[in-house]
Every structure is written in C-alpha cells, then in structure tokens.
Write a protein that binds this ligand. Structure first.
Ligand code: CA
Length: 259
C-alpha cells in the first residue's frame, strides 16, 4: 500500500486524512470548513489506527471501528460546540477473514471512492452517497453533467451523524495482482477516468507509493481546487487476464502461495 495527500493549489487547509496499514487502507475527506473537517477526518483515522498493524481482520472489526469513529465525532462536537456540523466521508478496503478464507472488504460512506485498476480499465466499486448521484440514478443527470452540477459537493451520508450512517459494504475474493485506488473527490474532480488510467498505464511497475504520489501531483497540476488524497493497494503476484487458475485448490492456499 502507498499513500499520498496534498492540500491542493487553492485551499489553506488539508481536511483529508488517510491510512495505509498492513491489511487496511482508508481515505476520509473531512467537511465543515471552520467547523473543522480536518478534525473529523483525523478522528476517523484514529479510530481505525488500532486495526492498522493487524493481519487477522474481520468484517466485524471494521464495523466496530466505523461505529467508534462516528461516536468519536459526536463526542468531540459535544465538547466543542463550535465544531457542530463537522463530518467526514470514509471509504476503505481491508483484507479480512470471511468464513475462514481471505476476502476483500470494501466499505463506503459518502463520496470518496474505491476503484479497481487493471490494464483494461478503471472500475468504480463504490457508489457515491451524494445529491448528484441520486439525480444520476434517477436518470435526471448524466455523469458528465454531475461533474459540474452546483450540488456536486452535497453528500447524503457522512460520519458525524446521529443516527450513525449505514455503510455500503462489498465483499469478494482476492486475486494475485489485484490493484485498487482509493481517493477523495479532489482527484476525480480534476482527472477523469481516462486521465487516471493513462497515468496508471504509464507506471504499472512503479511502487504503490510512487503511483499514489504521481496521481496526486497530476490532480494538483490540473487545478488542485480541492485537497487530493490517493491510496494505492496492490496484492503481490501476477495478474492473469482471464483469472483462470492452472490447478484447482482451496482459495486460502492459493492466496498463501501467491503472497
Ligand atoms: Ca473533498
């Protein structure tokens, strides 16, 4: 895993936070401006820090950390009423034990994103919780219109809410070479899918950290109107085009051999 974050070219404060641990990566995009979005995203990362070095994560661990983060934000707002209204998005991926075998767990609240990257394309795994996404889903906006719509920064779910937000969760088995990109909207506001993919194809052999740094730099160079944060996650091993295995075997052994 490799991470990079930048305040951007316009804003004075970086309200994004991220974590790249052993089997867990998250991006949190704080909101609230003077209500301290930077505090909201930092408190969220802190709630997940206890999981950062562990290699025996379960979906329940992630759910507990998510609940703890939401509680931490609400408690902090009670102590500091001037921060009322602070909140944060949260998106992440963890390698978890699911019924005895390793699985990817992708989770999301808000409009930060997780993509799967491959030579053939960029696949968005998460679904934005935002006003414009609801309009897109209802067929009233196209994706292109949503990118420039005045309501594009309104999220419909965030941490720091009471009752706690329900995360979207996806779970699926890992394959060697799996590569994921986590990002705050500061990346996708500046670079479209083709732009991200072009940078990626250039440097598929680069380390996760340099790939993340290169994407962040490109978004800042393209305008950097918002904070930009990227985490790249890559599972060791060669990616096979058709995903077919040469020999049949249990998934747990397959992952172990290809680690
Ligand atoms: Ca943002």
């Amino acid at each position: 895993m490799g991470a990079a974050s930048h305040v951007g070219a316009v804003r004075a404060l970086n309200e994004d936070s991220c974590l790249a641990g052993t089997h867990l990566a998250i991006v949190a995009d704080g909101m609230g401006g003077h209500a301290r979005g930077d505090v909201a995203s930092r408190l969220t990362i802190e709630a997940f820090q206890v999981l950062a070095d562990r290699s025996d994560l379960t979906p329940a661990d992630v759910r507990r950390a998510l609940a703890a983060a939401n509680t931490a934000l609400l408690d902090d707002t009670r102590e500091h009423p001037e921060r009322d209204g602070m909140g944060t998005t949260l998106t992440g991926i963890a390698l978890v034990d699911h019924f005895g075998s390793p699985h990817w767990l992708v989770f999301n609240v808000g409009d930060s994103r997780v993509y799967r990257l491959s030579d053939t394309g960029l696949q968005l795994l998460t679904h934005d919780h935002s006003e414009v996404q609801e309009l897109v889903d209802a067929g009233r906006l196209t994706d292109a219109q949503a990118r420039v719509h005045p309501l594009r920064n309104i999220v419909t779910r965030s941490l720091g809410s009471d009752p706690a937000p329900e995360p979207d969760v996806w779970i699926f088995p890992p394959n060697p070479g799996d590569t994921f990109l986590l990002c705050s909207d500061g990346l996708t506001n500046e670079l479209d899918d083709a732009g991200i993919l072009a940078l990626w194809r250039d440097r598929t052999t680069a380390s996760a950290e340099s790939a993340a740094g290169r994407l962040v730099t490109a978004a800042v160079d393209a305008g950097g109107r918002d904070n930009v944060t990227v985490v790249v996650v890559r599972l060791a091993g060669e990616h096979t085009d058709d995903g077919a295995l040469a020999t049949t075997g249990p998934r747990s052994r397959f992952l172990e051999e290809n680690r």
